[in-house]
Design a protein around this ligand. Structure first.
Ligand code: SF4
Length: 114
């Protein structure tokens, strides 16, 4: 098991979101069109797995919320089911990072549990 800290994908020249407006990755919870656009961008990203590896601990520690990262929607801090939604998002990011699933395989667990 590697102890290296994953590189922040913001420093990758290859990232698919490089020229995409940042608001695309902060869709409203009811805006499924925007969510799909963000997820499709991530699905084509050459650093998808690296991004998921980087984002997992940040989501777990509540440092990324209400955003799509590595194709996974991270929940808002508020809400009765936040803990379950956050755990689902972390689980999805781990699966993406491991290469076990693709973005299109995800059911948006965090989205529906929020
Ligand atoms: S996976 Fe998505 S959020 Fe991460 S670097 Fe690629 S396009 Fe950006």
């Amino acid at each position: 098991m590697s102890t290296e800290t994953p590189l922040d994908p913001a420093f990758s020249a290859d990232r698919a979101c490089k020229n995409v407006p940042v608001n695309v990755f902060f869709p409203r919870s009811t805006d499924l069109v925007a969510l799909d656009r963000a997820r499709e961008t991530c699905a084509s990203c050459p650093v998808l797995r690296q991004c998921a590896s980087w984002a997992g601990p940040l989501v777990e520690n509540r440092l990324i919320t209400e955003a799509v990262v590595a194709g996974v929607l991270t929940p808002a801090l508020a809400g009765k089911r936040y803990a379950a939604a956050r755990a689902a998002a972390v689980e999805e990011l781990a699966a993406i990072a491991a290469g076990d699933v693709s973005v299109s395989d995800l059911g948006g667990a965090a989205w529906t549990a929020a």
